[in-house]
Write a protein that binds this ligand. Structure first.
Ligand SMILES: *Cc1c(COP(=O)(O)O)cnc(C)c1O
Length: 448
């Protein structure tokens, strides 16, 4: 690595806003052969979701218009773009788009991709193993009473800061599983209430996310009929997220937005344990290779992936090790230790990362509401900051070509990862948070 490890850990530990350029990132053709998941595995996940589409259409009527696919809009946000150019005159000129996973059907967050996919895969496996499903039969069968009664004898466990529990809880309930969500202290009350209202058991832990995950893992391991969704190690979650890439490609094509050597794509991905941003990054890399630039973003108090990748210690380092609290208003990103699976799978793929103070999130949230009439939760606003920080880093001397030769000609996608299920009262109180232009900070500390 080119920078001093001690200086890096100390800056992260002080909670400074950082822009980090990944020294381990490699040209795609050099890493392609050694990547842990194949294109065929992602296609398999896609095909499974297509098989379940008729079932999803039945259970989640909001997916009828997408024929049972849980997919979100990709939208231009010219008003927000214009506003961003004010605090940040360096803001890149290319198109700025919002990928609205905040509005995904069924679960209202990016977790609808991974969480729902993993449970569908598990349900399919059980049904096939027990001869419930004949080859070629429609998956609407999964909505039948005999299937529900069958799944009712099995349980699901998941550790969650909120949204993963929501997505697993919602699909678990739709299939008839007994579902138990192990919630960390950061989880919002309304998420617990919503789950309980759907018949999901919620257990609360005073400690952090890793402890909630460990509790769920331990309980499930004692019961043969229990299945544990392991956010720190799950291949299925990762593959479910990776399916997003091909869907996005279709949307870009429909909007006639090219992605090629002369028109790169920069994608800003809020990161918690890493599954969602890592899976999406992985899928996009398979499609676009070096012409997609993936940028993670984490809260300054919970930058676990930055620590794992930036020190090369992966899941062997956590936020507490450098003196950070892990406390953040971005509850979806309040994770102290990264997924080792994701850190290793994307260490040579991800180009850069920014960290963000909580107060900036509320300012982006308010401005997106005012300029575009779109409400997203604080975690989901993090992508805007990486967009701003990349621009500031370039203005401060970071060579854009170090990320891509045609960076100045890029299309930028901020991935909005959650928010459509936030209750009205919570929305109002968040939108009333006082914010000032200073909340967006200044030029980040650059490590490269
Ligand atoms: C979970 C979550 C993320 C990050 O996903 P990870 O898989 O934990 O990295 C981002 N935004 C929101 C709103 C989330 O709920």
């Amino acid at each position: 690595m080119s920078y001093e490890q001690a200086a890096f850990c100390s800056a992260v530990g002080r909670g400074e806003e950082i822009f980090w350029v990944n020294p381990e990132k490699k040209p795609y053709r050099e890493v392609e052969a050694s990547l842990p998941f194949s294109a065929a595995q992602i296609e398999d996940a896609e095909a499974r979701l297509a098989r379940f589409a008729p079932f999803l259409e039945l259970k989640f009527p909001e997916t009828i218009k997408t024929h049972g696919l849980i997919e979100s809009p990709l939208r231009e946000i010219p008003g927000m773009h214009e506003w961003l150019c004010e605090p940040c005159p360096e803001a890149p000129v290319g198109k700025l788009l919002l990928k609205m996973d905040s509005h995904l059907a069924a679960a209202g967050s990016v977790k609808a991709r991974g969480g729902i996919y993993e449970i569908l895969h598990h349900a399919e496996t059980l049904a096939l193993e027990h001869g419930m499903l004949q080859p070629g039969e429609s998956y609407t069968r999964f909505a039948d009473p005999d299937f529900r009664a069958f799944f009712g004898t099995y349980s699901l466990h998941v550790g969650s800061t909120g949204n993963l529990g929501l997505s697993v809880g919602v699909i678990g309930a739709a299939l008839g599983f007994q579902t138990c969500v192990h919630m960390s202290a950061d989880a919002r009350q309304w998420k617990k209430d919503l789950l309980r209202s759907r018949g999901v058991e919620v257990r609360e832990y005073a400690s952090d996310y890793s402890a909630a995950v460990a509790a769920g893992r331990r309980l499930a391991s004692q019961d043969k009929r229990a299945y544990f969704v392991d956010d720190e190690q799950s291949q299925d979650l990762f593959l479910g997220y990776a399916v997003a890439a091909k869907r996005l490609q279709k949307q870009l094509e429909a909007m006639q937005i090219p992605v090629d050597d002369a028109h790169p794509l920069v994608v800003y991905l809020p990161c918690g344990v890493g599954g969602a941003p890592g899976g999406i990054c992985y899928g996009l890399k398979k499609l676009y290779g070096d012409n997609v630039i993936c940028c993670y973003v984490e809260p300054t108090q919970a930058p676990c992936m930055l620590l794992g990748l930036g020190t090369g210690r992966m899941e062997d380092i956590c936020c507490a090790d450098v003196g950070l609290s892990g406390k953040t208003a971005a509850d979806g990103l309040a994770v102290g230790r990264p997924s080792g699976l994701v850190a290793r799978a994307t260490r040579e793929l991800v180009s850069c990362e920014a960290t963000v103070h909580d107060r900036a999130l509320f300012r982006y949230q308010k401005k997106l509401w005012e300029t575009e009439n779109i409400f997203i939760e604080p975690s989901a606003c993090a992508g805007f900051h990486s967009y701003v920080q990349l621009a500031r880093a370039c203005a401060a001397g970071l060579a854009p070509e170090s990320l891509h030769p045609a960076l100045c000609n890029a299309t930028h996608i901020v991935w909005a990862t959650g928010g459509s299920l936030v209750p009205e009262q919570e929305r109002q109180s968040m939108l009333q948070t006082k914010t000032t232009p200073e909340d967006l900070g200044t030029t980040p500390l650059i490590f490269q």
